[in-house]
Ligand binder design. Sequence first.
Ligand SMILES: Nc1ncnc2c1ncn2[C@@H]1O[C@H](COP(=O)(O)OP(=O)(O)OP(=O)(O)O)[C@@H](O)[C@H]1O
Ligand SMILES: [Mg+2]
Length: 148
Amino acid sequence: MKAVILLGSKQKVTVEFNLVGSEFDSAGEASSKIKRILQQIGIRSDIIRRIAISSYEAEMNVIIHAYRGIMRADIYSDRTEIILKDEGPGIADISLAMQEGYSTAPDFVREMGFGAGMGLPNMVRCTDKFDIQSEVGVGTTVTMVINH
Ligand SMILES: Nc1ncnc2c1ncn2[C@@H]1O[C@H](COP(=O)(O)OP(=O)(O)OP(=O)(O)O)[C@@H](O)[C@H]1O
Ligand SMILES: [Mg+2]
């Protein structure tokens, strides 16, 4: 059976997930679930692709670089808002972290195929609004909006 959710202009669908640092077995599940819901709502596939890429990269950053976090998606008829709040080491120099190719990922993470330093630049590329706030020793908050 294929369920279809019809979203009115003032309605929203909210989903929230807990993310655990270094849990590579279930990594990517939260962004896959968001993607499935967007498909059920009938969002255009090129828009879903941008949401899937940006939410996956943001989810993986919590798994790889932080201790734990939450990821929430608020899906409105005209946009999707995604917020990730983590407890972790934070980022000392955000403009350096945003540069293509910059990564502090350790070798064992690179061996799994991550650590190209492309996650944050890809999030910027795939979103209409991107914001990152971080406090060293406390954590990082990423907010993204993708218009439908
Ligand atoms: N949530 C976070 N907490 C702490 N540091 C982070 C976080 N997100 C990103 N960073 C820092 O910013 C750097 C760049 O992040 P980015 O996502 O662009 O690359 P990456 O995760 O290292 O590699 P890739 O995303 O290509 O697999 C990271 O290597 C890390 O140092
Ligand atoms: Mg990354």
